[in-house]
Design a protein around this ligand. Structure first.
Ligand code: 6PG
Length: 496
């Protein structure tokens, strides 16, 4: 029997759809699942009559593949990935390839890469974004691992992935070992941020402007029009779902759905990495905190009986405030993506991922959940200047932010007066304010407090008009301590 080009382990929806996608592009695919029953259902259902080989033993699965063997794991991240790797090692040979296409933690991917490298088996940890539809019709793919390993699947990935409007494939080699999964995790953090920002706008529309679901859907639909700067998949599906009636009833689903956002956790990894790498990501963090708060339903119900605030009605200014919300959302998005990109920069430095930010943005233009017109603009800004210190410095975005920042101020002000929380919006706004502050006075105060209570030292700047930090002849920042407890409070330079 003809051997398969690739094998997929795991026939849950993502694995199943990826296998179907591969088959539809002319590849013979073998499939295996821990519980054979699911393979059987798949083989007798969607895979029936297709060039897909169902296997029921792991050896049979591996034997059914041509060499070098390409095995794609589409199983739950964590232990199942390690378990399958161990089992596969019994049958794989040097030069064969394992691809982990789940949402794995990048440090696990680095560990697995080292482990498999020692055994001569190649390994790719790849982000696959786009949900079930993406997996079937064309996801965005973010592969990390050895370059030679990537070359074994480059053609396959290029064939099955999404294509942007200019025909470019939404896949590119991201970098070594954990790079692909780090980029996917960051994608998900940005996704959380986008979703939270859109959610805050809808809350604003409903409670500050008293808009109905249908009206909101109309506005969001306009924001998703061709050439609108906000045009994106998440705006599109938000618009779509806003006007949805609960099946079999006359109620809007958005009024009936419980206010609880669960999460599998990739966004928390993004924020965890940001904490570890000392990169501020307030919008992304706000989106996690908002999801956490949403899950505290009982407590919120209790507290809402005790704490009550005035809720000003702004519906008379509806038209103007809708326009303000549009530009406020765009600025917040720029800020949020700037945070995500800054995280990628820091990770690239720390883990030597050698990331190419323009290419990453390019690969996110189609297929993935955050796909948007905006990503094409980001791509172009990085193409013009690959060394951009921060996305907010890209001329196109800096200009928009400078000209429209007061709209974000207004949005936040109105939201708060209407008692609408705007955690992510505020995080985005304050990120910009802090980033654009040559002197962060709050940090000056904290530096003094630390030196006062703990003798932790401080650096010196030239003064309010000269924000540069004083350096010694070797170019090191000069450090000082005030003897707060001594009479006259003398200052001494710390030289160690
Ligand atoms: C994607 C999605 C995908 C998945 C998330 C949802 O890129 O296709 O991000 O990975 O939908 O895991 O994440 P939460 O359950 O954490 O919201």
């Amino acid at each position: 029997m003809k051997k398969s080009y690739v094998g997929v382990i795991g026939v849950e929806v993502m694995g199943r759809n990826l296998a179907l996608n591969m088959e539809s592009r002319g590849y013979q695919v073998s499939v295996f699942n821990r519980t054979g029953e699911k393979t059987k259902v798949f083989m007798e259902g969607d895979a029936k009559g297709k060039n897909i080989v169902g296997t029921y033993e792991l050896k049979e699965f591996v034997d059914s593949l041509e060499s070098p063997k390409r095995v794609m794991l589409m199983v739950k991240e964590g232990k199942p990935v390690d378990e399958f790797i161990e089992k596969l090692l019994q049958f794989l040979k040097k030069g064969d390839l394992i691809i982990d296409g789940g949402n794995s933690f990048f440090k696990d991917t680095i560990r697995r890469n080292t482990y498999l490298n020692e055994k001569g088996v190649m390994f790719i940890g790849t982000g696959v974004s786009g949900g079930e539809e993406g997996a079937l019709k064309g996801p965005a793919i973010m592969p990390g691992g050895q370059k030679e390993a990537y070359l074994l699947v480059e053609k396959l990935f290029k064939d099955i992935c999404a294509k942007a409007y200019d025909g470019e494939a939404c896949v590119d080699y991201i970098g070594p070992d954990g790079a692909g999964h780090f980029v996917k995790t960051t994608h998900n953090g940005i996704e959380y941020g986008d979703m939270q920002l859109i959610g805050e706008v809808v809350w604003f529309f409903k409670n500050a402007l008293q808009m109905t679901g249908e009206e909101i859907a109309e506005v969001l639909k306009k924001w998703n029009a061709k050439d609108d700067i906000l045009r994106s998949y998440l705006i599109e599906i938000a618009a779509d779902s806003m006007k949805e009636k609960r099946h079999g009833t006359n109620d809007f689903l958005v009024d009936k759905v419980a206010d609880i956002t669960r999460m599998k956790g990739t966004g928390t990894w993004t924020v965890g990495s940001a904490l570890e790498l000392l990169v501020p990501v307030p919008t992304i963090a706000a989106s996690i905190f908002a999801r956490e708060m949403s899950q505290d339903k009982d407590l919120r119900l209790e507290v809402s009986k005790v704490l009550k605030f005035p809720k000003k009605d702004f519906s008379k200014e509806k038209k103007e405030l809708i326009e303000i919300a549009h530009d406020a959302l765009y600025i917040a998005k720029i800020s949020s993506y700037a945070q995500g990109m800054a995280l990628l920069q820091a990770a690239s430095k720390k883990y030597d991922f050698k990331l190419n930010y323009g290419k990453i943005a390019k690969g996110w233009r189609e297929g993935c959940i955050i796909r948007a017109q905006f990503l094409d603009d980001i791509t172009k800004e990085y193409e013009k200047n690959p060394e951009l210190p921060n996305l907010l410095m890209a001329p196109k975005f800096a200009k928009f932010v400078n000209e429209n920042i007061t709209k974000l101020t207004r949005f936040i002000e109105v939201a708060h007066q209407a008692a609408v929380p705007a955690l992510a919006m505020t995080g985005a706004f304050n990120y910009i304010l802090q980033l654009a502050s040559p002197i962060m006075i709050s940090a000056q105060v904290s530096a003094l407090q630390r030196d006062f209570f703990g003798a932790h030292g401080y650096f010196i700047v030239g003064g309010p008009k000269n924000p540069e930090i004083e350096k010694n002849k070797e170019g090191k920042m000069r450090e000082f301590h005030t003897e707060w407890m001594l009479p006259g409070r003398p200052e001494r330079e710390i030289t160690k």
